[in-house]
Ligand binder design. Structure first.
Ligand code: NAD
Ligand code: TDX
Length: 335
């Protein structure tokens, strides 16, 4: 099988590529990645001689057409993925997440190629503490420019499946954690702050809830949908990992033997979604998927070890990322 993986130098895509090379020697992987600030070829070093890597933009229609003509399936991870960046400058999100997905859909339509679209639970907006978790029937109601552009791309995929018969599936996953995640994101940002002897930075009071899943569990689910998912259907991916941000910070502080209050409250994110939670019944019952990382605390401890042991991977990004947060106006709050 020939597989084209877009965004394969990013966090989830690179973990997907390494997992695929390790578990499925019959799959020939080509990565298409623009190597934006979020892409890092070093994340693919261990498999570099077993894959083909193409540096390019998913909105480059000629390139996408050429690569799609030579593949059996596309797994589409490439995106602008960080909410805070989408608040500072939404344009790249519109360009990559919407226009880029459109270019891929036109190409798979032309060549009759199987397509899997990797999306997020943020397309559903947020929940209060009393609401039931998101399911495949929850209406779309995105809050941020990031989630609005991901929702738009999902709607394009659904329309191309219905109107043009594209063999497309979608998955909407909750917050991922694990190795090779950019230091702009919540968990790696705090881990690397702690390695540097700095205080973790919690947005507002930290009562927001995210449904954490290990990146390997997400990627096993992507394979389950790719192999056994029904065309035109969406699958929600989550591992019952609901935890509020304050609790995550305290779990990390404990990993570093620091006091539970040794962190800063900083300026909150505008429009900050309160709670995400996933009901993954369809994925579990129809496709037989179960997560392997049952315990978030253990997965988090392994992730801390990975960042301690792989400083050379993240160090070049740290200072610039913290500088960007400062320039965006992040301030310590007197709470
Ligand atoms: P990431 O930001 O770490 O990686 C994105 C990758 O896409 C990078 O390698 C980047 O270079 C590449 N890219 C960006 N624009 C491109 C373009 N125009 N052409 C080609 N490549 C381009 O993102 P991630 O966290 O790995 O997320 C991957 C996918 O999973 C995204 O679609 C995201 O919406 C979705 N998702 C992420 C999470 C999460 O918790 N991180 C949860 C659910 C879904
Ligand atoms: O320094 C921080 N302090 C903090 O309290 C950062 C960076 C974040 N936060 C909070 C904001 C969120 O409530 O932590 C939570 C997680 O933040 P992010 O890592 O930015 O993730 P989120 O906005 O929830 O979105 C993530 O999950 C869904 C991914 O970035 C998306 O790509 C994915 O679709």
């Amino acid at each position: 099988m020939r597989l084209l993986v877009t965004g394969g130098a990013g966090f989830i895509g690179a973990n997907f590529v390494r997992q695929t090379v390790a578990d499925r020697p019959d799959v020939r992987v080509t990565v298409l990645d623009a190597l934006t600030y979020a892409g890092n070829r070093e994340s693919l070093d261990s498999v570099a001689d077993r894959i083909e890597f193409v540096k390019g933009d998913i909105a480059d229609t000629a390139l996408v057409d050429e690569l799609t003509a030579e593949t059996d399936a596309v797994v589409h991870f490439a995106a602008e993925s960080h909410n805070d960046n989408s608040l500072a400058d939404p344009w790249p999100f519109v360009q990559t997440n919407i226009v880029g997905t459109f270019a891929l859909l036109q190409a798979v339509r032309r060549h009759g190629v199987r397509f899997h679209h990797v999306s997020t639970d943020e397309v559903f907006g947020d929940l209060t503490s009393d609401d039931p978790p998101f399911s495949e029937l929850t209406p779309y109601n995105p809050s941020s420019p990031y989630s609005a552009t991901k929702a738009s791309s999902d709607l394009l995929v659904r329309a191309w499946a219905r109107s043009f018969g594209v063999r497309a599936t979608l998955s909407n996953c909750s917050n991922n954690y694990g190795p090779y995640q950019h230091v702009e994101k919540f968990i790696p940002r705090q881990i690397t702050n702690l390695i540097d002897g700095q205080r973790p930075r919690l947005y507002g009071a930290g009562h927001q809830i995210r449904d954490w899943i290990h990146v390997d569990d997400h990627n096993h689910a992507v394979w389950a949908v790719l192999e056994r998912g029904a065309a035109g259907r969406s699958y929600l991916i989550g591992a019952d990992g609901e935890t509020d941000n304050l609790t995550v910070i305290r779990m990390l502080l404990a990993e570093f033997d620091r006091s539970p209050d040794d962190f800063d409250h900083v300026t909150d994110r505008p429009g900050h979604d309160q709670r995400y939670a996933i009901d993954a019944t369809r994925l579990r019952t129809e496709l037989g998927w179960t997560p392997r990382y049952a315990n978030f605390r253990d997965g988090l401890a392994a992730t801390v070890r990975w960042y301690r042991e792989n400083e050379a991977w993240w160090r070049p990004y740290k200072e610039h990322t913290e500088d960007a947060y400062r320039k965006a106006g992040e301030r310590v709050l007197p709470l």
